[in-house]
Design a protein around this ligand. Structure first.
Ligand SMILES: C[S@@+](CC[C@H](N)C(=O)[O-])C[C@H]1O[C@@H](n2cnc3c(N)ncnc32)[C@H](O)[C@@H]1O
Length: 385
């Protein structure tokens, strides 16, 4: 069996995307080894029989997968570039982009020398990954990552296409921006749970069903619950649409209900995992006062404690929860947070960290903030103890 090294280039939140990648591999029993994780990319050893198309399409946080052409120290760069096969196509005119991470952009001169030597007219241009994903022209994309004394020179082979997410976001029957999770974050959250497809997932605060629809597309059987009946109707319409548009054959159901009464609706040990962006408190247009922030956090703390108590009943043994927990910064700049240690201790959950067994551990929870969002979020992966 041949093993190749790939560079995974991450989007806005590299830590979260790195954990997502490892969770995804673990859930699919992919044999992998992390060579390094730094700044915004990871280098991973993988078997060649892996389906890279499936990986790039299923992940929410990886924007490029690149194959490593060579790895060397600075003294050997010229020698390696001299013999490297940077372009395997037949045209003598190409357009290429180059992304450098930790390396000086002057490394481009080695690329230019190589193309000149091979009589290829190469034009360098900054090209966004989604442009390459969409383009039917031959656009090459290289990444050079410098880690310590080593340079990894890689050629991108797969590109994340955000158009498919955007298309789905605007075409589904119902959207409600003020309460819905983003498609990208939904995908990441689902993958973070690290559970095999076909498993049974619950979103107990499902809103209009963004997390549910993405889980359905990833091959899970999904159930949604929301307190608000109108939203459960909208979620059902969205899921119906996803089922027909993408011909999925997994099962789904949505019901009006309370996330603090889950054991009234479902048997014990029923779900394999829960993925959710729960109630986050009132919509904030500006930073709240200390009093407002404290009240919101106290209310949410009570809601979450009840929800976790019920979750521990309806989840199977070792069932996971991937969840967004808010943190509020008041006008005074003081930060108000949920006491998760207390909730987890009281309800029988512990933190699960898929990076623990790799050589590059990332601490959980991971901080996450959308620029436009007033609430800061912490992303947890938990396991029923
Ligand atoms: C941030 S939104 C959920 C977004 C959703 N996860 C998605 O995929 O788009 C939070 C939802 O929690 C619901 N909610 C609030 N309290 C609840 C409770 N006790 N039980 C169930 N749902 C609740 C709200 O009606 C709202 O739709």
């Amino acid at each position: 069996m041949v093993v190749l090294e790939y560079l995974f280039l991450f989007g806005r939140n590299p830590k979260l995307s790195y954990i997502e990648l490892l969770s995804y591999f673990l859930s699919r029993n992919v044999n992998f080894a992390v060579v390094c994780f730094c700044e915004k990319a990871a280098i991973i050893k993988l078997q060649t029989d892996i389906d890279l198309d499936e990986i790039i399409n299923n992940l929410g946080g990886t924007i490029k997968i690149a194959e490593i052409l060579f790895c060397c120290n600075e003294a050997s760069l010229e020698k390696n570039f001299n013999v490297a096969c940077l372009y395997t196509g037949t045209s003598n005119k190409i357009v290429y982009s180059l992304e450098t991470i930790g390396a000086s952009s002057s490394i481009i001169s080695y690329f230019q020398e190589n193309f000149k030597k091979n009589e290829i007219k190469a034009v360098h241009k900054e090209i966004a990954p989604h442009t390459i994903a969409k383009s039917n022209k031959e656009l090459l994309s290289f990444v050079v990552l410098k880690v310590g004394p080593l340079f990894y020179v890689a050629r991108a082979v797969k590109f994340f296409d955000p158009h498919t997410f955007r298309e789905r976001d605007i075409s589904r029957p119902n959207i409600q921006p003020e309460i819905m999770s983003s498609i990208r974050l939904s995908r990441i959250l689902i993958n973070l749970a690290g559970v095999k497809p076909k498993a049974r997932m619950l979103d107990p605060f499902c809103g209009i069903g963004t997390i549910l629809q993405e889980a359905l597309l990833l091959g899970y059987d999904v159930t949604g619950v929301d307190l608000n009946r109108k939203r459960t109707q909208k979620a059902s319409e969205n899921l119906n649409w996803v089922e027909k548009t993408y011909c999925v054959d997994s099962k789904w159901s949505v019901r009006q209900g309370d996330a603090t009464k889950l054991s009234q609706y479902f048997p014990d040990d029923y779900f394999d995992f829960i993925t959710t962006e729960p109630e986050l408190g009132p919509l904030l247009k500006k930073a709240p006062t200390d009093r407002e922030a404290e009240k919101t956090i106290n209310d949410l703390q009570k809601l979450y404690k009840k929800f976790f108590t019920e979750a521990s009943r309806v989840l199977k043994a070792k069932g996971r929860i991937s969840i967004v927990i808010p943190r509020i910064r008041a006008k005074s700049t003081k930060t108000y947070r949920i006491d998760m240690d207390y909730i987890l201790r009281e309800t029988g959950f512990k933190s699960y960290n898929p990076t623990l067994k790799s050589n590059f551990e990332v601490k959980l929870p991971v901080f996450y903030k959308e620029q436009w969002h007033k609430i800061e979020r912490l992303i947890y992966i938990l396991e029923k103890a």
